[in-house]
Write a protein that binds this ligand. Structure first.
Ligand code: HEC
Length: 156
């Protein structure tokens, strides 16, 4: 028993590293979204373009933009809605207001699950790719840079 625990502890840091390198849409992100997000972002939801045109109406209907495929999801990360996924899911650590995004709560039932799922989506998006910038500069907030875009991993 004690030996097993030691073996587990010895492997744990390695396991975390391997996981970060191997996070894929198919094996990690799609199941997470299916469990936590499709209720409001699934096939019944408007396309991003339709959503952006009539946000107020869709908000009242509790519908967010549809991202039931890889291609649809990427639009909320890279372009045209650059950084939307990161702004809504960040726990506040990367935000000037330090407030979590309003979709952070859907990452899981407990603090521990939310933190672990946030690490998973961050690893998938890529270090340095995870930033809250938009395509255009807004007020003091810089626009997303080519260097930041280059760091996006988003492995399928
Ligand atoms: C109970 C319904 C519900 C759930 C569950 C939900 N969302 Fe949302 N989401 C919405 C609604 C409604 C909006 C639009 C209103 C707003 O902007 O806050 C939205 C907006 C968003 C946006 C911003 C879209 C844009 O173009 O501005 C993102 C990104 C997002 N959600 C991601 C997620 C993720 C990722 C999950 C799962 C971890 C999730 N949401 C779970 C209802 C939900």
């Amino acid at each position: 028993m004690r030996l097993k625990l030691l073996a587990f502890l010895a492997c744990a840091p390695l396991a975390t590293l391997t996981q970060a390198a191997d996070v894929t849409y198919r094996s990690d992100i799609r199941p997470l979204i299916k469990a936590q997000c499709v209720e409001c972002h699934g096939d019944e939801s408007p396309t991003l373009a339709d959503f952006l045109q009539e946000q107020e109406r869709f908000k009242k209907e509790k519908l967010g933009p549809r991202f039931s495929s890889y291609g649809e999801l990427i639009q909320l990360i890279g372009w045209p809605d650059s950084g939307a996924f990161m702004r809504r899911l960040d726990d506040g650590a990367n935000s000037p207001t330090k407030k979590p995004g309003n979709m952070y709560k859907y990452l899981g039932e407990t603090d521990a699950i939310r933190a672990s799922n946030l690490n998973l989506v961050k690893a998938w998006v890529g270090e340095g790719g995870w930033n809250l910038n938009r395509w255009e500069m807004v007020g003091d907030a810089a626009a997303v840079s080519k260097e930041q875009m280059d760091k996006l991993k988003l492995k399928y």
